[in-house]
Structures are given as structure tokens and as C-alpha cells.
Write a protein that binds this ligand. Sequence first.
Ligand code: GDG
Length: 735
Amino acid sequence: MSKLHIVSNRLPISIQTENDNITVTPSVGGLATGMRSIYKEYGGKWIGWPGLDACEMSTDQLNRVDKALESESCESVHLTKDEINLYYEGFSNKTIWPLFHYFTQHITYSHEFWESYKQVNQKFADKALEVIEEGDTIWIHDYQLMLVPEMIKSVKPNVTIGFFLHIPFPSYEVFRILPWRTELLQGILGADLIGFHTYDYERHFFSCVRRLFGYEISFNQIHLEDRIVMADAFPMGIDYEKFSNAALENVQKPVQEKSDLHKELEKYFLISPDRRLILSIDRMDYTKGIPNRLRAFDLFLQKHPEYIGKVTLIMLTVPSRDEVDSYKQLKSEVDELVGKINGKYGTINYTPIWYFYRSLPFNNLIELFSSSDVAMITPVRDGMNLVAKEYVASRTNKTGVIILSEMAGVAKEMGEAIIINPNNEEEIADSIKTALDMPLKEQRERMTLLQDRTKRYDVFKWSREFIKGLRKIEKIQHSFLAKKITNGVKKELVKQYKEAQNRAVFLDYDGTLSPFKKNPQDAYPDEELHGIIEKLVADKRNTVTIISGRDRDTLEEWFKDHKVNLIVEHGVWLKNYGQEWEMLVSVNNSWKPEIRPILESFVDRTPGSFIEEKNYSLVWHYRKAEPEQGELRANELKDELHTLIGNLNLEVMEGNKVIEVKSGGINKGASAMKFINNKSFDHIMAIGDDWTDEYMFRELGDKGVTIKVGLTQTSANYKLESVAAVRRYLKDLVE
Ligand code: GDG
């Protein structure tokens, strides 16, 4: 059975080294729990950094660490202090983290960081390549390892690769700031399935892929030259049962077994039973909106003095990246704000904010969740935010209210929370009042819905859904590749070709023989193409016809030195080699004055687009337009045209970044059939890339070797992935 492996920056374990003893303890974090059940079930390995500085350990110690990790099916990538500084603390946390969370003012642009990021990603990829076998599946996690998918795919194309990003994916306007934006995107696109927490991150990703690479995207599938990649939203869940069971146990625990923290909390409620607790838990990070939250709490007490002495904010803030300047500044700001508020409203018996700057054990976390009336989660940006889900799971009596930032991914799933804009302190202050005043009945109604949803889509379901996604993309890729010309198929086709004595060869031009250019006039044949055509026509057994939507003059000029026939304007005109142009279908142009103004209005409203006038058609080109606007306008234009064309006997054709309006009844298929009619070809071959060529493929059916360029659906019998592959194929025929 093929295996499933996990790759993440950190291994889900902690290592204690005491004298010569090395002990490995499995971690209990959300990702660790969700993934452990998966990779062990599939007999795979977890590849990552064990959290040690490799320079401080002897080779013998490192070997013993590796040995100890075997029991957890882990494979370590050992990193030196320098690598941690530059790749992890540097590029990951000082460049990508602020950029992807829209904190552009905190970004460090360092070439040294980038070089290290590449080198360490390669180290992870190399380790993975040692472990994985052909046909295995690998799931790579998060922003520290964005280059790894491509590094693996380029060496082992038959490994199915998943990539999940745990933080937001920013909009193109922010992503484009990064000097290494194309390399990062290219790296992620090495995966077959790319997962995000929300649809918004997914669409930002698509927008970046469109703008930076121009790849075609249909629904949630990206069409690379030789592969289909799928992206989707998989909102991460938590181990619901773990939290709800722990909370239940906590309620039922006898007094003597309760923790000191719990006893303190009970004392607090004993002194004044009407006291209310608000809880916040997060890492000390500028993305988490801690100062905003504090200022809003201050404003709340100022606006509602009746709550002074009655409401306490418990703020658990876990130290994080505390060597970094921006984090140091944040810590000072938070310390100062807490001091100010406590000084302003505090009394001997009342401290408005209980501030913990440390991490607490799991059971304390549960006690805090269980005892707090309100959870205040106000990040300015947050990929998901699992604390919100953990609070929900811990509310055994189904009460409690969540104040939740709309900027956290989790807000998409928690319509029952009080949703706030974290930059609107007035609104947050008011929401505290609303939360504290919310009737119990309403709290229960909301909490029941939140619990049902959080329980249903837990971390196990999340990982299973992702794996389902991987299987789905494998199937899709398989079906797209079904008609692909493999080496074996090629051999057979070359044999058929060689055996034939009288061949008709139909070749579309743009996207088939020559790649698309921003300006159509720049796509003239290069030397390689001239060479291929020369060899094709040199064989007396070949009748070669270029069959294209282009105009007469251009193709006549470009192919004047070759003994080829030309069928142009989608089949209106034919020029047998050495003869004059003849019309294959009779058409008129009386419709043009009616349609041209419509296209002109689209040119005016779509910068970069333009009109090409052919003898019997008008074409609106939008390749140079801003991609999303281009797509949008193309749909609008099609709509508008469809209401008109019926009466005028016109056809609207959608090509690659073009909309073409032409007289009805013209198509490449009919013209190709006319051309071969009454001639005795014993081998017919047709190659083309877009749906105008599908007419030709359908007409020829099984009578010819029909080849579609690209991997999308087709009625052709075969597929080649790109212009380069077409050229290779033609060379194989003639050489
Ligand atoms: C990234 C993304 C995304 C916190 N304090 C203590 C403690 N915690 C636990 C919480 C929770 C976890 O840490 C924090 O998870 P978050 O999701 O809130 O945030 P990040 O660490 O920033 O994680 C985030 C996540 O990845 C998953 O994809 O949701 O958006 O930024 O589980 O309970 N645990 C213990 N003591 C503490 O003091 N034991």
C-alpha cells in the first residue's frame, strides 16, 4: 500500500537530553493530534526539525536522537543555529509572516534570509526524497516550507503532494511586494492539492497565480503546462472530544483535586458571585490585536462604570519570538497598557486585568475556558484561530459568548459569535456590553449551534477531507492524462506515420506551433519552427496545411518560403500552395457596423484590450488586460452578444483570451473536410489547441490522428501538453 508522509518545520515531539539520556515526548498540539492519527494509519513518516541546535551536539548524540525518534516514526532534519536564525527566525518569521498578515511595515527584505530559506527548504526536500517512494503521498505544512513541493515534484513527479497553509494568503496587492514572489508561488505549485483555511485565501492565491503566471483557472483547478493542480478551502478543526471531556472532568473533580488556579477562581466568585470573567488567550504577536483589545476594554469601563469592580479580563499571553524588535516593542506597549488600566480602575479588592505572560498547562487552560463568561478574540489578522473553537468545545453547560474579529479565518464558521472589526475599538467596547447582557437562553441557542458545527468538523474530519481531496485530484489528473501521448503511444503513432504513403497534416498555429504572445504580431515563426516545417514539407508524401483563425496576409507572409497550404479565418479562405486564395464558404459582412461599436465600448472600459478586424470576423483580444477584469468583461461581452447574434446569423467563439464574432456556418472542421474531399489520403493528422479546433477533431473522428494541445476535455484522440511537446512530436515524425 502506498504510504502517506507528513513534512512540517517542527516534529510533533519534544526531546529532553540529560547527560547521556535522550527521551522523546510526543506533543499534544492540534496539528500533532490530527496528523498523528493519519500518518501512522498510513504507515508513513513525519519529517521535520526536532528542535535542537545541531552544532551543539556530537554526531553520536544526533544519531541517538534519530534512533529515539524512530519509535515515533519521525525522521529528523537537523538544523544549525545559523540556519534557524536565517531561515526560520529570518525569512519565515521576519519576511513571510508579516507580509502574509498584511504588516508590511515589519517586513525585513534580506537576500541572506532568502538564500538560507532556499537552502533549508532543499534540506527538507532531500530528507523527504530519501524517505518517500514512487506512488506515495506527502503532505507538507505551512509557510516555512513553501518551496518544498516543487523541489520534490521535480525529482519524483509520481508522488502526490499536498500543501496546507496555516496562515492567511494575502491579496495580490500585498503579495506582489515580495521580491521573491514568483519563486514562492512556483514552489507551492509543485503540489497537486493546495489547502487554505478559507475561500478568501484561496481566491487571493488564484489571483496571484493568474497575474504572475497567466495560467488558466477553471473552477478550483489550475491548468499548468503539464499538470492540473487543485486548490480548496479546508477549515482546520480541533480535537473536540479532548476539550469537551477535559471540561466535563474538570466540573466533576472533587475540591481537593482542583488546581491552585481553579481554587483562586472559585475564591473570586465566592467573594462576589455576580462577578464576570472575560478571557483572551494568544501568543504575544502583533497580529493578535492585543493592544486594540486592551484599549477597547478601557473604553468599555469608561463608558460603563457600573461594571468597574465586577468584570475582570484574564489575559493569557504566551511569549513568542521575544528577541525580535517588533515583538519587544509590542510587549512594552502591552505591559504599559495593562499597567495603565489596572492603575486607573483597580482597587485593593479589584484588579481589572489579570495578565499572565507565560504559558500554562492544559488543565489550567480548560479551567479558564470553563470559568469565563466571554471569550474575546480580536486578532487584526489570523489564519484560523483555534482558541475560539477550543472555548466552544469546553463550554459544557452551553453558555458563554464569543466576541470575534472578522479578520480571523474562524469567523467564517462562527456566525453565532459577536463579530467585530478589530480596528473599531468603540464597536468592541459595545460588544463587551452586549456579551455580558446576553440572556442565557440566547447564549445557549448560539452555543448549541457553534458546538454542533465545531464537533462535526473536527481535526480528524479536517485531515480526512484533505486526504479525500488528494485522492480526487489524483483521479482528475489521471483522467486528464488518459489521452496523453506517452513514449509507448508515440512509438506506435510514429510507426503508423512512417507506413503511410499519402498524408494530410493539419496544423493550427497559435498555441499549437507557436506560444501565445501578448501582442499577436510577435508570435511569428522562430528558427526552430521554420526548420520543422521545412522537414515536414520536404517529404513528398506530406500535404501540410496551416489551419488558423488568423488573417490571410499574416500567414501568407510568415509561410511564404514553405510549400504549405493555408486555411485561414477559421475556414473562410483556402490557398493551395502556388495558387490564388479561394473562398470555401460564402459570407457577408453587413453585420460588422452593428457589432463593432459594442466591441469598442468594451475596449474603452477594459484597458489593455483591443479589436482585431479580419475579413469576415471581428475579434476582441484581452490577453494584455488585467486578468480578472478581462475574464469578467469577456463574460459580459458574451452575454451581450448572445442576445444579438440570433437575428444576424453570427457565431461567437471563445478562444484563448479572445472573443471572436464571425458569420455563422464557418468552421475549421467543415473546411478541412472540403479540403480532403475526393483526395486519397491514407493518413490524416490534425493538431490544435482550442475549441475552434474541436470542430476539426469531431469531423475527423476516428478517421484521423487528432491531437489536442493542453490537458482539458477534448474530442481529439490524443493530448500533448504544450507547444514544446508538439514540436518534439513533429521532430520525432520527421527525423
Ligand atoms: C497558526 C495560525 C491557525 C495557547 N496558549 C497556551 C496554549 N495555547 C494553544 C491554544 C491553541 C494554540 O496554542 C494557538 O493556536 P492558534 O490557532 O490560536 O494560533 P497560532 O499559534 O498563531 O497558529 C492560526 C493555526 O496555525 C492552525 O492552523 O489557527 O491562525 O496563526 O491550540 O490552545 N496551550 C497551552 N498553554 C498555553 O498557555 N497548553
